[in-house]
Design a protein around this ligand. Structure first.
Ligand SMILES: C[S@@+](CC[C@H](N)C(=O)[O-])C[C@H]1O[C@@H](n2cnc3c(N)ncnc32)[C@H](O)[C@@H]1O
Length: 483
């Protein structure tokens, strides 16, 4: 679309204006915040016979604006209707009214001032969307025409979604009470006692060194930082132990430095040696006492696995992710495949995203373009053996945790093996729509993240069917299948 045009002044009463974006041409934009479920435009349509379209319209620029009308004719929307651009993640739904020969455009979520108002054209696009998400690229989809109606919410669906719409409208920072969330969170926290039992046996070997001159401590700490040996996963331990008049400095896990550490010669320290330290922080005072006999440990009486509160903005983020999952599942189903989809959106909490991506795929700090959302997880990712790594650098500790801090949205409860793979990936939490009673590993046949002795736990939420118009229509698979 050429951008060498100027947008005319055009205001309708709901506060839409025409704007121009490089690569897309004209589009419709909000001049003010628009609440969810607002009818922003009703466009009359111009109808013409299919033959007329095949012989003439198809060969003209009108081809970009014409779509199928339910009675078999072709339609061209007048008014703003022809100017809504396409998005994979639309904020506007439309419904065709054959009686009045018009199209109603309705916001499907709150729209911020300045945001573009987009609809979903369907799966077979005749142009490359400028804002396409690589992980959800479409291939040879069936022809469903411009406005394949995937974005239409009919009155029934709207009514079903009513409760969630109300929830989604309002201050994004409001905390939503648990019972109003459109999903149910499983309790995965083991009792404190259970956790203590686990901790009691979890020790880890570390390198330490006795320090005779206190001034050496800061020099050594600086040296550790500069040598890249600073390890945040040691932060549950105090750095220095003072015992019987001797100060001992914690250096690094032996797993990250298999051979003896060579300290700066000028310090003339004694040689580093190994000792055992607790692997986790202390959750209770008893545990603190016990662990601190080995090494001074941090007391963290937080409920590590206690569900964190959800804000309205985050609920909206999850709802949009789940909509994408369902839409994609229906698309693959129409291609004859099993409708099983998993999707990792960009985290609501951006900071965690940077940590996770950095671990999985270190990139230069400023190279934000190459940070695309992580794709669907692949089967268990194993730490490469020395053999497979010959000629390469040993991976950084934790570099194989591909989903650290990320959330996975799925059509179906993952099977036992996938649930284990997810545990290994360090995923933060998962959401699924359809429980798999016979094969599920997150509450169906077993609950992997709840097992005793696992070294990571992740949150599990099952989405309320119908919550926010999210349905399972056509997504059912055989109960015995491993999803
Ligand atoms: C119905 S028109 C929309 C209005 C159009 N942008 C205009 O200036 O008249 C459809 C055309 O808009 C462009 N378009 C729509 N969505 C787009 C997107 N996400 N990325 C790039 N181009 C897009 C394509 O050229 C498409 O053929």
């Amino acid at each position: 679309m050429s951008t060498k045009i100027h947008a005319p002044d055009h205001l309708n009463r709901t506060g839409c204006r025409i704007g121009i974006t490089e690569g897309k041409g004209r589009g419709v934009y909000a001049v003010q915040q628009i609440p969810v479920r607002t009818v922003i435009e009703i466009s009359p349509v111009l109808l013409f016979a299919k033959d007329e379209y095949a012989q003439h319209g198809k060969h003209t620029v009108l081809d970009h604006y014409t779509f199928n009308w339910p009675d078999g004719r072709m339609a061209l929307a007048l008014g703003l209707g022809s100017l809504f651009n396409h998005s994979d993640n639309p904020n506007v739904s439309f419904s065709l009214d054959t009686e009045t020969e018009s199209i109603r455009y309705t916001t499907s979520r709150i729209v911020s001032p300045g945001e573009e108002l987009c609809i979903f054209y369907g799966h077979k696009l005749w142009f490359d969307p400028v804002d396409a998400k690589p992980s959800l690229a479409y291939s040879d989809e069936p022809e469903d025409g411009w406005g394949g109606l995937s974005g239409v919410l009919d009155d029934d669906n709207l009514a079903k979604a009513e409760e969630t719409w109300d929830l989604l409208e309002g201050d994004p920072n409001d905390i939503i009470p648990e019972e109003k969330l459109p999903f149910v969170r499983s309790k995965i926290a083991p009792d404190d006692n259970e956790e203590e039992e686990l901790d009691a046996v979890k020790l880890q070997d570390v390198w330490v060194v006795d320090i005779s001159d206190q001034r050496h401590i800061s020099i050594l700490l600086k040296w550790l930082r500069q040598s890249g040996l600073e390890d945040p996963s040691l932060s549950h331990l105090k750095r220095i132990r003072k015992q019987d008049g001797v100060a001992t400095l914690l250096l690094a896990y032996t797993s990250s430095c298999p051979s003896a550490l060579e300290l700066p010669e000028e310090l003339s320290c004694s040689s580093p040696y190994t000792t055992k330290v607790p692997r986790y922080a202390a959750l209770t005072q008893n545990s603190l006492q016990l662990k601190s006999t080995l090494w001074p440990t941090i007391y963290a009486p937080r409920k590590k696995y206690e569900p964190e509160p959800w804000s309205r903005g985050k609920v909206r983020w999850a709802w949009e992710a789940m909509r994408i999952v369902v839409r994609e599942a229906k698309r693959v189903k129409s291609d004859g495949e099993l409708p099983i989809i998993a999707y990792v959106p960009e985290p609501y909490d951006d900071e965690m995203r940077r940590v996770a991506e950095y671990r999985a795929n270190p990139v230069p700090e400023n190279d934000t373009d190459s940070r695309t959302p992580l794709p669907i997880p692949t089967p268990p990712i194993c730490v490469a053996s020395d053999e497979t790594l010959s000629g390469q650098e040993t991976p950084r500790n934790g570099s194989h945790y591909l989903l650290t801090g990320l959330t996975l949205f799925m059509t179906h409860e993952p099977c036992i093996m996938c649930s284990m793979a997810l545990l290994h990936s360090r995923v933060k939490e998962i959401f699924y729509l359809i429980p798999m009673k016979k094969t599920g590993g997150c509450g169906g046949a077993a609950c992997i993240p709840r097992l005793q002795g696992v070294n990571h736990r992740y949150g599990i939420s099952s989405w309320n069917i119908g919550g926010g118009g999210i349905d399972t229509d056509r997504l059912e698979i055989s109960e015995g299948l491993n999803a």
